[in-house]
Design a binder for this molecule. Structure first.
Ligand code: ADP
Length: 622
């Protein structure tokens, strides 16, 4: 930021990335310029909330008696608009730091990508999400003036002016009232917006739930209704949808909502929404927020993390209680038994709603689970009080479901044949990888259903469950699965001395690299696979540990050999003729590294490929 010399009007230059952002906003990003109104009103409302918040805590603000309001003036003849609030205002430093920078570093990158895809964003829906709200005003005007006076600073007032072309100016002014006044002349293409009827329509559409009166001249034009104070039967879907969009900053309607009016040991009203999809990108800071906390209809916090447990933080909405003091501090909301009780009731009712969906509308529940299942799973390791309910709410793809469709543990268990005593799962990066894994061959051949755990969240949450309804939950990779029956296979297995000798030879060749070499009862088509002992981690889990900790030392594996496989029979034969055969040694190395490769754990493929070439060369020799 370059600052000119000591003149009354100082000139500043935007940072390079800000210029880029402005260019994008004005020229390519948004198809719907009217959203500027929502952005400016929402900023005004935030500024008013800050004053109200300070006042309920008896903190000193300038002009404490001033009404908390938003005023709009329209000059239809000259096409000018004024939006004014009696909120917190801005100091000179605020103007430079907050109005001249991009809030999140992910913003520009995201917007650039969007532009590359030449995808216009309808309704400017993303504008507010990324903290570029104020700049949307440059869609409708060439020059903006802000006059502002902070409610907390000693300063008198400042005028900020910019044509959005890379520079802005700041000068000191005398401003009598605290708060912010923003004015500008509309561009020709949008000059029709300077019309009382149009502006009223925009306010109805975008800002009807703003919690402060909005005046056009002397007339109050919004309804300031605290929707959550009403009974569910007194709200219609349209109102609920609009309120959700307003409070969640989402442009899609919610999936569903839950209205709670609780009286008893704790008293509160809540209006809770389940979004239809998770918010945009993972860098979206809104992901961190959840329910808004109100005390006696006064807004207190929009990031009160204590109102819901972590795994339900995707919920949006409002909790309004009489049981906390108005000047409640963050420390109090964190430790108060009132918040804990609210969280308990909210969690209970929300899980109840999911359970209802799961029984009465499985399709709806599965859609929900597809979007928020990973959130819910986090509860398995943290919400012990509700663990049993959460387990029932889990859904899985399995070796018997079609891709993209689910089963529950309850369904899995009811479909188990009587001989099957355990619940099996396989961990893999994806369904496709799981389906091809050698460890699955036995189960497939014998029609035993296996749960597919295909995400990092599954790995760290579900695998902590030991059992379900008295049945152990076991990885198919664990070595000592008591499978019972052997595979129905006409190929005869190597037996006796020959079998013992070839297993022993493999162990000799591989030495310390494996814990043991044993006969496999799970392989059908593959020659060999690596498995872990009862207490070890399976391959996928191990890979994740390595990703998080480069010093992580993987445990030794057991190599299982398929004694029905013709290759093994051939090798056993060579072994009985020539124990030291170089071909035998190479083949054993190749089997071992092949098994490593399948589980994506072969760190150096050079020898593996060289051996393949040697074998191919021998096989093709004329
Ligand atoms: P966002 O509102 O998402 O933070 P904006 O670009 O709309 O992004 O605003 C940037 C910042 O400028 C706000 O966070 C706030 O600090 C300040 N600001 C904007 N409008 C006002 C206003 N009317 N009163 C006080 N501060 C404001």
């Amino acid at each position: 930021m370059s600052e000119a010399t000591d003149t009354p009007v100082q000139k500043f230059e935007y940072k390079a990335e800000m210029k880029q952002l402005l260019h994008l906003i004005i020229h390519s990003l948004y198809t719907n310029p009217e959203v500027f109104m929502r952005e400016l009103i929402s900023n005004a409302s935030d500024a008013l909330n800050k004053v109200r918040f300070m006042q309920v805590r008896n903190q000193t603000v300038l002009h404490p008696e001033a009404e908390l309001r938003i005023g709009i003036e329209i000059d239809e003849k000259n096409h000018t608009l004024v939006i004014e609030d009696s909120g917190i205002g801005m100091t000179r430093a605020d103007l430079i730091e907050r109005i001249g920078t991009v809030a999140s570093s992910g913003t520009l990158e995201f917007l650039n990508r969007t532009e590359d895809a030449s995808e216009k964003l309808d309704g400017g829906e993303l504008i507010g999400k990324f903290g570029v709200g104020f700049y949307s005003v440059f869609m409708v005007t060439d020059e903006v003036t802000i006059e502002t006076r902070s409610a907390i600073g000693e300063e008198k007032g400042w005028r900020w002016k910019s044509r959005g072309e890379g520079t802005f100016t700041i000068e000191e002014i005398d401003k009598a009232e605290r708060g912010t006044r923003i004015y500008f002349t509309l561009k020709d293409e949008v000059k029709d917006l300077a019309n009382e009827y149009r502006i009223k329509e925009l306010i109805k559409k975008y800002s009807n739930f703003v919690d402060f009166p909005i005046y056009i001249g002397k007339e109050k034009v919004n309804s300031i209704s605290a929707l959550w104070q009403r009974k569910k039967e007194d709200m219609n879907k349209e109102e609920l949808d609009e309120f959700y969009k307003f409070i969640a900053g989402d442009f899609r309607p919610p999936m569903d909502s839950l209205s709670l009016h609780i009286e008893g040991r704790v008293n509160f009203k809540a209006l809770i929404f389940i979004p239809s999809e998770p918010p945009y990108g993972y860098f979206d800071p809104r992901e961190e927020k959840s329910l808004h906390l109100y005390v006696n209809r006064v807004f207190i916090q929009d990031d009160c993390r204590e109102l819901v447990p972590e795994h339900l933080r995707f919920l949006r909405g409002v909790v309004d209680t009489e049981d906390l003091p108005l000047n409640v501090s963050r420390e109090v909301t964190q430790s108060s038994p009132v918040t804990a009780k609210i969280r308990e009731i909210v969690t209970n009712r929300v899980l109840g709603m999911f359970e209802d969906w799961a029984t009465s509308d499985a399709g709806k529940y599965e859609t929900f689970f597809r979007h928020f299942g990973n959130h819910l799973k986090l509860g398995l390791t943290s919400d012990f009080a509700n663990k049993d309910r959460l387990v029932e709410l889990m859904r899985f793809e399995t070796s018997k479901t079609e891709a993209g469709t689910f089963t529950s543990l309850q369904d899995y268990v009811s479909a188990m044949p009587e001989e099957q005593k355990e619940i099996y799962y396989i961990t893999a990066e994806s369904r496709a990888v799981a389906e091809k894994h050698p460890s699955l061959e036995y189960f497939r051949k014998n029609g035993i259903e296996v749960l597919f755990l295909t995400g990092p969240v599954d790995m760290f949450t579900f695998t902590t469950l030991q059992d379900y309804k008295g049945k152990n939950i076991v990885s198919v990779e664990k070595a000592d699965i008591a499978i019972g029956e052997t595979v129905d296979d006409e190929r005869e297995s190597l037996k006796g001395r020959e079998a013992k000798d070839i297993l022993a030879r493999c162990k000799e060749v591989l030495g310390d690299r494996v814990e043991d070499v044993i006969e496999s009862r799970r392989l059908v088509d593959s020659v060999a696979t690596l498995v872990v002992g009862e207490s070890g981690m399976d391959a996928q889990m191990e890979r994740m540990m390595k990703m998080m900790d480069s010093n992580f030392a993987a445990g030794k594996k057991i190599l299982e050999i398929n004694l029905r496989h013709p290759l093994v029979r051939n090798l056993a034969h060579i072994n009985s003729e020539d124990h030291e055969s170089p071909v035998l040694r190479e083949a054993i190395e190749q089997m071992y590294e092949g098994a490593l490769l399948v589980e994506d754990n072969l760190s150096d493929p050079v020898d593996f490929v060289r051996r393949s070439m040697d074998f191919m060369e021998k096989a093709t020799r004329g």
